[in-house]
Ligand binder design. Sequence first.
Ligand SMILES: Nc1ncnc2c1ncn2[C@@H]1O[C@H](COP(=O)(O)OP(=O)(O)OP(=O)(O)O)[C@@H](O)[C@H]1O
Ligand SMILES: [Mg+2]
Length: 545
Amino acid sequence: MNLIDFDHNFFGRRGVLEVLKKRVMGLKEGYRQNVALLGNRYVGKTALLQRLMSQMEELEVFFLYLDLEARDFDYFAVQFTKSLLYNFLKQENLPLQEDLKLLCAEAKDLLPRTVFLVQAIEELTAQGKVVEAYHMILSLPEVFTQETGRSLVLVLDEFGALENFDIPDVFAQLGQRIMTQKNCLYIVSSSSPQQAQTILSEKLSLLFGNFEVISLEPFNFLEAQGLIDHNLNGVKLGLYLKNFIADFTGGHPLYINLLCQELIYLSGVYAQKEIYAPIVIAAIENVIFNPWGVISRHFELQINSLTRPKCAGTTVTLLGALAQGKHKISDLLESLKLKNSQVVSRINALQEANIVERNGNYYHIKDKLFSYWIKYVYQRRLRAIDLEAGRSRKQFKEEINRALNDFGLVARKDLSSRVADLMQKFDNESFVLCGRRYKLTSFRDIKILKLRTGTGNYFDAVSAASQEGDWLVVLKKDPVHDNDLSGILEEIKKLDPRPSRSIIVSLSGLDENAKVRALQEKLWIWDEDQLNSLMHLFDEPIIVR
Ligand SMILES: Nc1ncnc2c1ncn2[C@@H]1O[C@H](COP(=O)(O)OP(=O)(O)OP(=O)(O)O)[C@@H](O)[C@H]1O
Ligand SMILES: [Mg+2]
């Protein structure tokens, strides 16, 4: 059996890693661009930062990494000073120590000023003089880079936690130092994108040393498939089951890893060379349904951390209703029998906690698997009356089986049927997709058709009638080139009545000329990401190419 080596199974994220490496190299060449890496919890920020550091170990750059989540000031002071000296000694191939005093003794001759400052920081911290100690810590990078003549990359994971140190103007002070420390690159990360954006724009919007924001999302479909292959390392799994897992986990690397781990384990137990549906179902049951399954425990802790005792009931019922597909305040009010103010205040709190996202008037639980767990495991567990052994397990297995079959049925549908089904669900709401707002009217007479252009090419299309006129959606899986667009535009112009709105859905995008022309002609363009965002908003499985 070949279990996953969690320490060495980093996968993908090539684009972001390249950018970060470029920034580190830039620092060496005298060009500094600080970076803020923002993303939800467990999306892989720490894994990415660790990967960056391990890949750049050989370079003549020092890294100082601190994870500040749930840490106090003493930790910050000790870890900051220790890591700095430790990494220096490591790069110089000098004997390594874990104790601060021994580290100071070892580095004293080579870095007298740095060590002097470190000792002063230690003393101030021991006396509880936090503000003074913080001030000195912030000046340490500068002294260190002057003394070593080398650059320093400071990686502050969960930097927002500095706020908890009770130091006045904690970020403004940091910002002032960042501006003058030209030899130091700051890479900060945060699991609370909203809080981080506020700090960055209000406190760390600097004259020199501004932060470039990089958002880290769960894996897209291709990356998720790649991580599954990478994890299974030769154990066979059919494409349809792989696609199901990629969709079911919402592309979260953590869930993919944990589920794959269970798949490998079970395939060993049952001596199977290939993983078939019964093993996938058993693995999901073990990690998501069993109360002590890892993902189930993880979600339960998440629920507990969200539900302050006073309004625990409301939060749980609200999450339940969202998971059941009630996405608008009016629908939530109707199904929950709560007061408007109760729903609004709880949903705002869930938004602040990054559990719920809002698009137009729609609210969603961001994490697809969490939403699934609330609906099919947690709510049922709360509501179970009949405690007959094995009953709810049987029900869950049937449910997973159904989800697998449904996924298979939907995946076999062609693109035009999927889009037609989606359009059935539009209900006069506006949504923002990739930064652009779209008003999606409600439709009747939705028809699937073929559009034949003058050059003899056929395109799949969907037409639909609405109060604001007819819509035409033209679909293509391959890239749309300029000549395709000319043909499509010509046909649109011939239609009587002319569509009041035309959309080009291209899963592989449009070439530059075609894109410019389509926009000039006021066509909407949706690529795979935009279409899948809509699928997500309307609780439909994503499009699998
Ligand atoms: N690129 C990746 N390749 C493989 N596994 C990954 C990757 N990114 C994340 N993971 C998995 O997800 C888990 C959680 O990732 P990580 O701790 O880096 O997330 P995070 O965003 O730092 O979370 P937190 O907000 O809790 O700090 C990792 O332990 C790892 O198993
Ligand atoms: Mg982390």
